[in-house]
Design a protein around this ligand. Structure first.
Ligand SMILES: *Cc1c(COP(=O)(O)O)cnc(C)c1O
Length: 470
């Protein structure tokens, strides 16, 4: 409720602390996603930069030369890191989704200009939903390229998926769910041969893989050194350790980027032009990205990568040493997904057990697996995680009946549903509730904790209970 009298800063802070009670306690290192973090000193740097440019509006680069300069420097440095050719072009965006949207937009406009009326996008199965979202919004048909058992895109199948309507091809470097690097060279070579733009989605890997390479880990080429790569998206707010709301989009030359610009000259408000999707743009995110790269420097990035890759190798070995556990494919950086062979014992029981032990678990499907991104704040928790995982495994072996109980039952059911339409509709219901006025009221009355949507999905489980027995 809007108070009659405005609250003091101290009162606001007290309220915020209260609101935060049920939030993810990520600093404890018990979650393996969402947060990209170096240390408190780095945090202070990016927070100070964000605050310094908190009020500026970057919709007009003309008004704030400082921000324009910072953007240019971050883009320049990213281009160097990813070996962009001399006549590259690029900008900072609000995040991976905006970068990807713009890359798809540029490819669509290019296709239209070449007379392709019904443009298509070829996306590996593991490619990020930001691509299908962009394709939906921009009217492209998506062709899903299958992946092999190691969750790596099948370049050998391209002739079946690429045709004269193809406006863009995508490779992930790496894919988010399993940390698998697609065969960028093969995909881009094929794209080049057919004269099709090839976008490399390095949203998660763009600011990590260069250090992985420098540290001597085996890594296939993925950046602008690969012939045929025409654009790359890389998130500063992931392994660039910047504030949330910043990604870079790079093109191998400016002619493709031109296609994403928006210019209107007849508006009564004057000439209006934007490089990306947003109008008003925060200055803070740009300043924080700039402070992040300058604040870390090469040494900082390398040191962070070194310790994360070391801890990751340790985690990986300890997982492999557990007979029932297998890692999916060959992760190229500190992201992996693991599963049990033939889902025996049931991974969902293991997930429930891990949650009971206080871990945040990212369940994935197709194939069933658990996702782990190892960050600085997880390093000290690796041994505890392995101990708890072993216990969870032992429990799951002893209690196979638990797959019919609790969340394991619900997730198991969802995984087995032949079509996902029901689940999709249920998720839409949950969102309608989040954003609708009735739910806002309910939330005021009882402080809602995270499993609110869980309860709703559980109701679905009950509805479908009879189906499950078949
Ligand atoms: C995070 C991510 C995205 C989307 O980026 P947002 O910043 O969440 O919009 C796209 N692709 C990959 C591989 C990602 O990891």
């Amino acid at each position: 409720m809007l108070p009659d009298k405005g609250l003091s800063l101290a009162e606001l802070q007290a309220e915020m602390r209260k609101y935060r009670n049920h939030d993810l306690a990520w600093r404890e290192g018990r979650s393996w996603s969402l947060m990209y973090y170096v240390d408190e000193e780095h945090q202070r740097k990016i927070e100070a930069a964000y605050q310094a440019f908190f009020s500026e509006n970057f919709v007009s680069p003309l008004a704030f030369e400082s921000l324009r300069r910072m953007e240019r420097e971050v883009v320049q440095w990213s281009a160097e890191l990813m070996h962009a050719p001399d006549d590259y072009a690029g900008m900072l965006t609000a995040g991976g989704t905006e970068s990807i949207f713009l890359a798809v937009l540029a490819a669509r406009q290019r296709a239209h200009k070449r007379g392709i009326r019904r443009p298509e996008l070829v996306l590996p199965r593991t490619g990020h939903p930001a691509f299908t979202k962009a394709a939906d919004l921009l009217g492209l048909k998506v062709r899903i390229l299958p992946v092999d058992n190691g969750q790596c895109a099948r370049a050998d199948l391209l002739p079946q998926y690429v045709n004269r309507h193809t406006a863009m091809m995508v490779a992930s470097a790496p894919s988010y769910p399993h940390g698998i690097l697609d065969p960028v060279s093969d995909l881009a070579a094929y794209a080049k041969k057919r004269g099709i733009p090839c976008h490399v989605d390095a949203c998660v890997g763009g600011f990590m893989l260069p250090w992985v390479e420098e540290l001597g880990y085996p890594l296939n080429s993925w950046d602008f050194r690969v012939p045929g790569v025409t654009s790359i998206s890389a998130d500063l707010h992931k392994f660039g350790y910047a504030a949330k709301g910043c990604s870079v989009l790079l093109y191998s030359d400016s002619s493709l980027m031109d296609q994403q610009f928006y210019v209107r000259t007849d508006w009564p408000g004057g000439i209006y032009a934007t490089g990306g999707l947003l109008g008003t743009r925060p200055g803070g995110t740009v300043a924080a990205a700039w402070a992040s790269i300058k604040g870390l420097g090469r040494e900082g990035f390398l040191a962070t990568a070194t310790s994360n890759m070391k801890a990751f190798a340790d985690l990986r070995q300890k997982l492999i040493a557990i007979p029932e556990i297998e890692i999916i494919g060959h992760p190229c950086m500190n992201i992996l997904a693991y599963r049990t062979a033939q889902n025996n014992p049931d991974l969902f029981i293991i997930a429930d057990q891990l949650e009971q032990k206080g871990w945040q678990v990212d369940r994935q499907h197709k194939p069933l697996s658990i996702h782990l991104t190892l960050m600085q704040h997880n390093q000290a928790m690796v041994n505890q995680y392995i101990t708890d995982l072993k216990e969870a495994l032992a429990y799951a072996k002893k209690h196979p009946e638990a797959s019919g109980q609790g969340q394991a039952a619900m997730y198991g059911l969802m995984a087995r549903l032949p079509g996902k339409k029901l689940v999709g509709n249920q998720v839409r219901d949950v969102m309608r509730n989040w954003y609708g006025a009735t739910a806002a009221k309910a939330e005021r009355e009882e402080t809602m904790s995270t499993p609110g949507w869980m309860a709703q999905l559980n109701r679905l489980l009950l509805k479908l209970g009879s189906w499950r027995k078949n």
